[in-house]
Design a protein around this ligand. Structure first.
Ligand code: C2O
Length: 560
């Protein structure tokens, strides 16, 4: 347990390599850390320094991202491939990530940030308060990490390669996982299966006690509903930012997001309960509705008659229940009410979604009318540089050919969601490829209206910003309208997050202060959408004082 002590150094070594595991009756070789799946849990306290030595023994290029860590003055340790670093090479390439935890408490996670490797290269990153149990809520009796993921029976790198070659979405995973395990309902989507799988995750609780569930959506492509039969939750944090207590019996969580929820063990201790995760999709024609389960049991397990009473299954929302999803997100407010910037220096309107680039003349697999599928922000389909990382180029004064500083503040064509999308917005869909950044002065305040265009499918896109927590001032369906929606802004106690699920054909408004020098990518956390180009980057200049200047890269910084 955590003793009150001075800030410490939390040190880990990650050996990343092949691991053979059994799932769904098959043996599968995956990429994993230290022979564990999910990977090791890192626990630190606010104020600690985290040091992770990564040794890449896998056959793939690798980098690790510490999702949600602010990386104040340590952008070199952020991790996205070709943004903050070149990859750590196979055959025992190494890099040491080093960063301070400053002013952050709650649940975050780490994951590979190259190709689809994060399907299996991920783990929890738990930030405890500096003083033991100084939570802004009654200290729980215990806690449990719930990592939600997806499973493929084939190499995930092949899944991504095939998706890019086809210019289409990736093949569906065959199952959802909870803490790496596939329970009842896994793969089949049957919610009522009473056959309990012996391999599923099990959480044992004591009646009358309260547990802090640290729920992480590490899935590649699906927003999820999470419930526990006969139990309800009090949400106390999201993305490691405290919330006002919010009571609910369903958690809604998008890829990249985390939710800290208190759960009181107050049900009949003679029964067993399923916890269940199930896909949520706003696409009207979605067909994938997988679910999986884990077990909640009471100690001491005195029932002794497990087979006589069926395990209770929660009633899940319909897979396309957008009302439940939107009401969950809109109900979260921030507990700590400091720091909402009231003056805005830079306003941006960023439209994003799947669109198309014109077919190249030699391109055969391309629709001549619509072009080839490309995701974009403000009609720019983001391309990673190839010769050096964006951050290294930034440090060298932006040499020609790595990136340009002309990411537009507004889309080239005003978008109208209410029109005949395919006809009226054809020009809107046409994108160009580029590596464009938006340059911000140190401490500039920025407001970004994120408009999900949903021209191709009304899909939610979870947008994740590296290096910052942002305030979510408002969100809603349809077109953002400045006149109507500005008065809906919550400037009193908005929730802070690092990942916002922008509704399909809807919008969200975020605001943050650019107080962290470096290059920070903002991208869709549906994994296929990053290589499709649904990304852009902010370049934040150094500030005027030494404590606002990004130091030089560490000596072992990977170069291309
Ligand atoms: Cu969790 Cu850029 O990712």
């Amino acid at each position: 347990d955590y003793l009150l002590a001075d800030a410490a150094i939390v040190e880990h070594t990650f050996h990343v390599g092949n691991l053979s595991v059994q799932r769904l009756g098959q043996s599968q070789v995956i990429t994993a850390v230290n022979g564990q799946f999910p990977g090791p849990k890192i626990e630190a306290r606010d104020g600690d320094t985290v040091v992770v030595h990564v040794v890449n023994l896998s056959p793939y290029n690798l980098s690790i991202h510490w999702h949600g860590i602010l990386q104040r003055l340590s952008c070199w340790a952020d991790g996205p491939n070709m943004v903050s670093q070149c990859p750590i090479r196979p055959a025992a390439g190494t890099y040491t990530y080093r960063f301070n935890v400053t002013g952050q408490e709650g649940t975050l996670w780490w994951h590979a940030h190259v190709s689809f490797l994060r399907a299996t290269v991920y783990g929890a990153l738990i930030l405890h308060p500096a003083a033991p149990s100084s939570y802004p809520f009654p200290t729980p009796h215990g806690e449990a990490t719930i990592l939600l993921g997806e499973w493929w029976n084939v190499s995930v790198v092949d899944v991504e390669r095939q998706a890019l070659l086809m210019g289409a979405g990736p093949n569906n995973s065959v199952a959802l996982t909870i803490n790496g395990l596939i329970g009842a309902g896994g793969g089949g989507g049957s919610e009522n299966s009473s056959s309990s799988s012996s391999s599923q995750y099990e959480l044992a609780v004591q009646r009358g006690r309260t547990y802090l569930l640290r729920i992480i959506n590490a899935a590649l492509n699906y927003e999820l509903f999470f419930k526990v039969a006969n139990h309800s939750f009090t949400v106390v944090a999201a993305d490691a930012c405290y919330t006002d207590p919010y009571h609910t019996d369903v958690i809604v969580i998008a890829p990249g997001q985390t939710v800290d929820a208190l759960m009181r063990a107050d049900a009949d201790p003679g029964r067993r309960y399923y916890m269940a995760a199930q896909v949520y999709q706003s696409l009207a024609n979605a067909t994938y509705s997988a679910a999986t389960t884990a077990l909640l049991t009471y100690l001491p397990d005195a029932s002794g008659s497990d087979d006589e009473q069926p395990t209770l299954m929660p009633t899940m929302p319909a897979f396309n229940d957008s009302a439940t999803a939107q009401s969950f997100y809109a109900s979260l407010t921030g507990l700590l009410q400091d720091g909402v910037p009231l003056h805005v220096d830079t306003r941006m309107l960023v439209t994003f979604g799947l669109g198309a680039t014109p077919c190249a003349s030699a391109q055969t697999l391309c629709n001549r009318t619509l072009g080839s599928v490309a995701a974009s922000m403000n009609n720019v389909s983001f391309q990673l540089p190839t010769t050096m990382s964006l951050l290294e180029a930034h440090m060298r004064g932006a040499p020609d050919g790595v990136y340009t500083r002309d990411f537009p503040d507004r889309p080239p064509v005003m978008f109208d969601f209410t029109g005949d999308a395919m006809a009226a917005n054809r020009s809107f869909m046409l994108t160009s490829k580029g590596t464009k950044v938006k340059t911000l002065r140190y401490n500039e305040t920025v407001e970004v209206v994120l408009q999900n265009t949903a021209v191709l499918g009304a899909e939610n896109h979870p947008l994740h910003l590296h290096g910052f927590n942002f305030f979510v001032l408002a969100q809603g369906p349809g077109n953002f309208n400045a006149h109507r929606h500005v008065r809906k802004y919550n400037l009193v106690n908005p929730q802070q997050r690092n990942t916002v699920a922008v509704p399909g054909g809807g919008w969200a408004v975020i605001r943050f202060t650019a107080d962290n020098p470096g290059v920070w990518i903002m991208h869709c956390h549906l994994d296929a959408h990053l290589p499709f180009g649904l990304a852009m980057a902010f370049e934040v200049e150094d500030g005027p004082t030494p404590d606002a200047v990004l130091p030089p890269p560490p000596p072992d910084y990977p170069r291309c």
